[in-house]
Ligand binder design. Structure first.
Ligand code: ARG
Length: 595
């Protein structure tokens, strides 16, 4: 494993030294190096520095230019505009740097120098309930963040905070007590753990849910029995807990089948639902009350905030314990914070949860800070996502106004994608099995990519036509770029192989592709600090686009310039393929070899 500094990082270092050479007090000034259309890079930091040093920016730029070393990295530098520096990197430096990347398993991407422990709360469906598009977003974004952070060397702990507790379970368990065979499995569906089992589990749970709800709404006596059942559940009554556990287990069969379809790995030990914090709730409240962080108000235990008020101007508290003694969502989340910092020793806490819960998390984090469960050293962040919209621009619903079943969406995406890949697949002689496998990877990839390429907190329209389109900002487009590069590598003749030739001058499309390939690690580093996977998505889309231009402008196997150029281009093709594969992999998207 050899980490390879990017050209832009090396350049930045040189410009920084030149800035300090020109103005000694410039120590620590950001040279503001950016990619540019005029040269490869532009450094804009001179302007601010000139202002501070009361110097003429053009003259200062000339001084900095003079202080820049002429070496193997910088081919040309000039002053432009009011005092910008335009920098051109030497072709040989680009190729040599890329060669070092191809040599490395991690494509030269460095590991974090000081990795911490990040606990990510994501993929949190609710027991006995169908998964919907909101659960899709949390799962897809959380999984990508987990993969990216792990790749940077961070220790990542997943926590799936499933909804497995609350008053509803009194109703469900009581119904099970009175109808003990509702969850029995037919003997012939002996459990292959596949999609059919998952669907069967969900329909059993749905039936149970609907039936118990009907009785609950119609029968006052049942309602009362259900209420008492909640008390038994909270008191840890054995029989009640066992029946509750059956509901959880049945739901997990369903969850796993959906996650399997989504190609997301969920480990049983990482599922720590709301119930997992039951033992801590009383203590959490006591600690808050004893320390004065929370106070009793009309019987409820509340935390107040100066800056959080309702429409009527009255303060809106976080209710940690209700007046009837019950605990809700806040007490559970506060206990989870204690567990994650105190027991798991997290240095970062991430919550991949619907943007509409922003206020809840703001109050929980602030409370945890006051209580000392979150110290200065711990980074805590709500990673919000927006709503998935239908084509009409309103929250995605079926025609009868029900929320759309996640599985139906995924199935439809796969069937659309299969139709798209079948046409080309048949032309290149793929078997039916290969087409089916590609259809799954393309369809699931399309759903994930549409989600991940949307910036955090924003809504997006679920439009399968757009998602599986071969043109435009889609995963299919990127997957095709990958497959095309693999096809070129397979077609190379015996004497043709990917070998870097730094001595060769690069064509414009080669330089543009090369400079972007070199920036892979920088793009990942940005995601790792911003927790914004869409930055990686847009990096990859751009890479695929630059590769397409290169492919159109620079013949690879038939390059007329000679065998060295063929090999050097094959080398660029191979590095592109590996970067696309690694990058999509970090987003949880597969790369079929032949499409
Ligand atoms: N189960 C909840 C839902 O479906 C999301 C849980 C979010 N995580 C948390 N720690 N509160 O909306």
């Amino acid at each position: 494993m050899a980490s390879v500094p990017s050209l832009s990082a090396s350049l930045e270092q040189r410009v920084t030294s030149a800035l300090t050479a020109a103005v000694p007090s410039a120590e620590g000034v950001d040279p503001l190096l950016r990619r540019s259309d005029r040269a490869d890079f532009q450094a804009n930091g001179v302007l601010g520095l000139a202002k501070r040093a009361k110097a003429n920016p053009k003259e200062l730029a000339a001084q900095v230019l003079a202080a820049l070393p002429t070496d193997e990295l910088i081919a040309a530098v000039e002053v432009s505009g009011p005092g910008f520096l335009n920098l051109t990197v030497a072709d040989a430096a680009i190729t040599a740097n890329l060669a070092r990347r191809l040599d490395d398993d991690r494509l030269g991407v460095p590991s974090a120098p000081d990795p911490g422990i990040t606990v990510i709360d994501y993929a949190q469906p609710n027991v006995a309930k169908e998964m919907h598009v909101g659960h899709l977003r949390s799962s897809v974004i959380g999984d990508a963040l987990a993969k990216i952070l792990r790749f940077t060397g961070e220790s990542v702990v997943a926590r799936h905070h499933i909804g497995d507790w609350g008053t509803n379970f009194g109703m469900l368990v009581q119904y099970l007590v009175e109808h003990p065979h509702e969850l029995d499995h037919a003997p012939d569906t002996g459990g292959t753990g596949g999609a059919a089992d998952g669907e069967a589990s969900m329909s059993r749970l749905n039936r149970l849910y609907k039936a118990s709800r009907t009785v609950f709404d119609a029968d006052e006596d049942f309602k009362e029995r259900a209420r008492r059942r909640v008390v038994d559940l909270q008191a840890g009554d054995k029989e009640t807990l066992a029946l509750w556990q059956r509901l959880v287990d049945e739901s997990k069969i369903y969850f796993y089948s959906v996650y399997d379809k989504l190609d997301i790995e969920i480990r049983d030990e990482d599922i720590v639902g709301e119930s997992g914090y039951n033992d801590m709730l009383v203590e959490t409240c006591k600690l808050l009350e004893d320390s004065g962080v929370a106070v009793r108000s009309n019987g409820a235990l509340c935390v107040f905030f100066d800056d959080i008020k309702g429409k009527d101007g009255e303060p809106v508290p976080l209710i940690v314990q209700k007046a009837d003694g019950g605990f809700g969502y806040p007490a559970t989340d506060l206990s989870a914070v204690r567990d994650r910092t105190g027991n798991l020793h997290a240095t970062t806490l991430l919550y991949v949860v619907d943007a509409r819960q922003a206020l809840h998390f703001r109050m929980v984090f602030e409370t945890a800070r006051r209580a000392g469960w979150l110290t200065e050293e711990v980074v805590v962040k709500h990673v919000p996502f927006g709503t998935v919209l239908g084509k009409d621009g309103r929250p995605f619903k079926t025609r009868d106004g029900e929320s759309v079943r996640l599985e139906d969406l995924l199935d439809e995406a796969v069937s659309r994608a299969t139709a798209v890949v079948r046409e080309k697949g048949e032309k290149i002689g793929l078997t039916d099995e290969e087409i089916t496998a590609n259809g799954e990877q393309v369809g699931i990839g399309a759903v994930k990519y549409a989600d991940l390429s949307t910036s955090l907190g924003r809504d997006y329209v679920f439009d399968l036509d757009r998602m599986v389109s071969l043109n435009g900002d889609t995963s299919v487009y990127i997957q095709y770029a990958y497959a095309r590069s693999r096809s070129i590598l397979r077609k190379a003749a015996a004497g043709q192989q990917p070998v870097a030739h730094p001595e060769l001058a690069l064509a414009p499309a080669e330089r543009a592709l090369g400079l972007h390939l070199d920036a892979f690690g920088d793009a990942l580093a940005e995601v790792a600090v911003s927790y914004e996977p869409h930055r990686l998505a847009s990096y990859l889309f751009q890479l695929a686009s630059l590769y397409t231009t290169f492919y159109e402008q620079c013949p690879v196997l038939t390059a007329e310039e000679g065998p060295a150029v063929v090999d050097n281009r094959l080398f660029l093709v191979e590095l592109t393929a590996r970067t696309l594969q690694r990058g999509l992999g970090l987003l949880g998207i597969r790369t079929p070899e032949r499409l």
